[in-house]
Design a protein around this ligand. Sequence first.
Ligand code: PLP
Length: 444
Amino acid sequence: MSHVFPRHCHKPLPTVVGGEGCYLIDSTGKRYLDGSGGAAVSCLGHGDAGVIAAVKDQLDKVAFAHTGFFTSEPAEALADRLIAAAPAGLDRVYLVSGGSEATESAIKLARQYFVETGAPERRHLIARRQSYHGNTLGALAAGGNQWRRAQFAPLLVEVSHIAPCYAYRLQEAGESAEAYGLRAAQELEDEILRLGAETVMAFIAEPVVGATAGAVPPAPGYFRKIREICDRYGVLLILDEVMCGMGRTGTLFASEQDGISPDIACVAKGLGAGYQPIGAMLCSGEIYDTIARGSGFFQHGHTYIGHPAAAAAGLAVLSAIEDRGLLHNVQARGALLDAALRAAFGDHPHVGDIRGRGLFRGIELVADRATKAPFDPALGLAGKIKSAAFEAGLICYPMSGTIDGQRGDHVLLAPPFIIDESQIEALVAMLHGAIDAVIGNTTY
Ligand code: PLP
């Protein structure tokens, strides 16, 4: 009997024993094409010699030293590198162990910032209904995914949710993409005014929505308007780039493509590329200086913040992305993946939308293309497609999301930045086979 507490109590899993480039290998020798990097983690693929060497080298020097006593060379170098590449205004880096810790840190930093500025009543967070910001209670409260939250309500943070920016379902007939972007952003101002600006601390959003929606990019101009609204009312803007950041969309930070800088940004997943668990919260100099001038201490911390071996991995990943020109790969191969998805699913009766940026792509499944009606959630299509694809040797990330009360199914793809053309073709062919096998064998 296994003593591991698995995600699904009744589902035995194969044992992974190896990884090579875009493939994982189990103990029977079966190879799986990693079409989603797990959940957008393995951006360099598996077995990257440079990152492994950097981690080993750091372990030989010193694996761990508590940040209450020491900083370390890799933590300092990683922070410098992140800030050099980050949107203007971000000035300080708080290194953590993953995405939930990054968003949790962001929410607490925003709270503390307003306490220190003498506005403790600013504690309300605004987020979007179609979002996921992590699984700890604060981060879960921020997320708008109802089925993840339901068992844990009431959650711990004062949050309200506005509509996502989700053109496929919410842009009206005859409305331009730009006009829709402005209308979607207007919901933030309306919500701030409804609550009273003096009570609102921050707005949190994923620039390109990942797990809950399947790579949904914002409408043009949406985030510029969001930035203006936040500035007008003194509300902090937190961008959660845990999934879409670190090159996944073709720029190191996804928000670069929207032409804005947040007050706080969160990254993780691709930062360690799976070689070490690491995430980071970046914040503006203004926030840091306020706390430095005030109490002088961020009331937060975890044992493994600033972990030297994890920081060494992050640094090596960023070097690999830069030295090997991998952002160019993401752009070029992302365009190939998009074209392959459109060729395979452009006329598919149950694919309503194909979307994304770079190597962050999604398709949305619908029962009826004309009405956009989602499949009945009771059919559990996402789970069935995941199993059928896995059986065929493809790791992808099908999920059910909640779309303004309706639950719909999508498949998220986030392959390694090193994926080649033939692997892209194999990925799309296996996905096509899995979707057709599942939908063809389902009565709906
Ligand atoms: N934020 C986003 C956008 C995510 O997609 C995730 C994880 O999927 C998280 C936060 C939480 O990250 P982690 O699972 O590393 O805690």
